[in-house]
Design a protein around this ligand. Structure first.
Ligand code: BGC
Length: 361
């Protein structure tokens, strides 16, 4: 175009044009700037784009999970991102389909509470092939290269349960009602319990007369297990450790059917309202309080940071069968009738009148 113009102009005009072009040297820069502008804008837009976090949950069945969901949503939104939540209702295939959909819908990071520790490893691979990092929430995804595990120290939960019960019953017949075999936490909890029980067992002071997993953690299956334990042992049982409060509830029902409620110490975990009520009524000995808000907020902070390419602080490594996974493990708190007011009630986890409602004078 400049060449065409040159042909048409005379010498003076040529000189003028050269001067003009020189003067327009500055003008070149704005033009380049103009070309660069969209690039610059798109970077800014990417950076400012609201991050989208996917939260794939196994279930909302136990009392704790709706809390996890609500606190996680609140935390992610308070950090300026959005969250898409899916509940798999305890169905592995559904959880995989839902997670795949979240990935294809373009979430920037996936947080997952696996129903089955092994089955969801495939989700981690799929997420990674789309450049999406995955956080294992509360339960560890086994045999995968999941990017972060955030939970409570589940082995310590089991240890705290067994410490509390062995203090009351240092000798006798114990029943262990485990969690779901498919949940890695159930294995960690059991390991913790047996870390404490083993020396008593070795001395011959404690005999574990019944030890079973509870399919899907349901109170009904725990009830059936406890009925079997009572029957096999002619009701001669001295203590029960159950892997959570839902299963402890099943245990207490089975004890009630034999008129044994309140006679035999029972441990659970989660600080469910029913368990807190059982503790003040004397039918459950202890539970474990895990401040869910802290877990959900820590997970949300980690999710946003990792989605933005930052690293997060961890305090442990947990082997998931394939790798040592960087982990952030929070501390659980043992609760019995003596400290219930200073822990779960003081924290606002449950209201005092709800806990004591039926027994308070
Ligand atoms: C959790 C417990 C919960 C159980 C059943 C475990 O993985 O750590 O808090 O009670 O699952 O949902």
């Amino acid at each position: 175009m400049v060449i065409t113009k040159l042909r048409k102009v005379g010498l003076l005009n040529l000189i003028f044009l050269l001067i003009l072009l020189a003067a327009c040297e500055e003008g070149v820069t704005p033009k380049l700037k103009e070309n660069k502008e969209p690039e610059y804008e798109s970077v800014v837009t990417d950076f400012d784009k609201k991050l989208k976090i996917g939260f794939s949950m196994d279930t909302l069945e136990e009392e704790r999970w709706p809390r996890d969901r609500d606190f996680f949503k609140e935390a992610v939104e308070s950090l300026g991102a959005e969250v898409v939540i899916r509940e798999a209702k305890g169905d592995d295939t559904l959880q995989i389909v839902q997670a795949e959909t979240l990935i294809s819908e373009g979430v920037d990071l996936l947080v997952i509470v696996p129903h089955n520790a092994e089955a969801v490893a495939t989700i981690v691979n799929k997420a990674h092939s789309s450049g999406i990092k995955v956080i294992s929430y509360d339960r560890l995804v086994k045999n995968s290269s999941v990017d972060l595990y955030i939970s409570f120290d589940n082995e310590l939960v089991g240890e705290l349960q067994a410490q509390a019960i062995t203090k009351l019953v240092p000798k006798g017949k114990y029943v262990y009602i485990g969690g779901a075999n498919t949940d890695n936490n159930a294995h960690l909890l059991k390991k913790g319990v047996f870390n404490v029980l083993q020396p008593f067992i070795d001395r011959g002071d404690i005999q574990v007369v019944y030890d079973q997993w509870t399919e899907n953690w349901t109170p009904e299956n725990a009830f059936a297990n406890m009925e079997a334990a009572l029957e096999i042992n002619n009701n001669e049982i001295d203590a029960v450790i159950a892997a959570n409060d839902a299963t402890a509830g099943g245990v207490i029902k089975a004890l009630e059917a034999q008129g044994l409620e309140g006679e035999i110490p029972v441990a659970g975990q989660d600080a469910d309202l029913a368990a807190a009520q059982h503790i003040v009524q004397g039918t459950q000995t202890m539970t474990i309080y895990k401040p869910i808000k802290t877990l959900a907020y820590e997970a949300a902070r980690a999710a946003i940071k990792m989605a933005g390419g930052e690293t997060v602080a961890t305090n442990r490594k947990m082997n998931n069968g394939k790798l040592e996974i960087p982990s952030l493990l929070l501390s659980p708190i043992a609760v019995d009738k003596d400290n219930i007011d200073d822990t779960i009630i003081a924290d606002g986890f449950h209201k005092r009148d709800e806990v004591y409602g039926m027994t308070e004078e």
